[in-house]
Ligand binder design. Structure first.
Ligand code: ZN
Length: 244
């Protein structure tokens, strides 16, 4: 009977290992997605910052063109001014010229403001680029390893499952059935070690009579409360991973 108990404890250790791999099967693809998404997000952000900057530059060019047009017009008027004899026309043209000069200085102050905006936008682009590089670096560092791990998990699970099945074949069918049901329905834990006179899984206090039976190891004992296979921890050296 002790052999059966030891086999069951080993099977539980293997099933716990499978459980950890299954958690990784959920977690690792999420981590991979986060890494990929953060690069995408950083790219979108950087492009948006560049768009803002180029819009400002476009505005600047358009205003500079306006200034040029106004200056040329103003020059033209100045030339015409010397040819005019009529006082009224002279006055009218002169006021056109001063209107254009005002307009030009107005645009120039707009350009100064835009220059400041452009500086700020440039800094934003630099920061966004740095953020993107950081995300890309992290992707380069982790992506390959994560993909490798994800691909390896299924194989690992199959290997461990095969080891467990080999052990199961040495046990009576009803025991294996009960074990399988517990694994399936009790959070992947079929075997519970006793802890301070209680079931290590559900905490149910074990009767005195049952405690004696547990020490005798003459039959399988089930927790009265959760149904798991109860056993005392083996005093002999057990591998670390039989911890359940
Ligand atoms: Zn229990």
């Amino acid at each position: 009977m002790e052999d059966q108990l030891r086999t069951l404890a080993k099977m539980q250790a293997l099933d716990s290992e499978i459980g950890r791999y299954k958690v990784l099967q959920q977690e690792l693809p999420k981590q991979l997605n986060e890494i990929i998404e953060s690069v995408e997000q950083a790219t979108i952000n950087m492009l948006a910052c560049e768009t803002v900057r180029s819009e400002i530059a476009k505005k600047q060019r358009s205003l500079e063109a306006d200034i040029k047009t106004h200056q040329e017009q103003s020059k033209k008027y100045a030339t015409q001014l010397s040819e005019i004899k009529n006082n009224k026309e002279y006055k009218a043209l002169n006021s056109e010229i001063s209107y254009l000069k005002n307009k030009i200085s107005e645009i120039e102050s707009q350009l100064l403001e835009l220059m400041e905006e452009e500086n700020a936008a440039r800094e934003t682009v630099v920061a966004a680029k740095a953020e993107l590089e950081k995300a890309e670096q992290s992707k380069r560092d982790k992506e390959g390893d994560l993909r490798h791990q994800i691909e390896g998990l299924e194989t690992k699970i199959e290997e461990v499952r095969a080891q467990r099945n080999d052990l199961a074949r040495t046990l009576p069918v009803p025991v294996v059935k009960h074990y399988g049901n517990m694994i399936k329905n009790k959070s992947n834990q079929a075997v519970a070690f006793t802890r301070d006179g209680s079931c290590g899984a559900c905490g149910f206090v074990i009767r005195q009579q049952t405690r004696i039976e547990l020490q005798l190891m003459r039959k399988l004992i089930f927790c009265e409360n959760c149904g798991r296979i109860l056993m005392n921890r083996f005093v002999a050296v057990e591998p670390e991973n039989t911890e359940v």
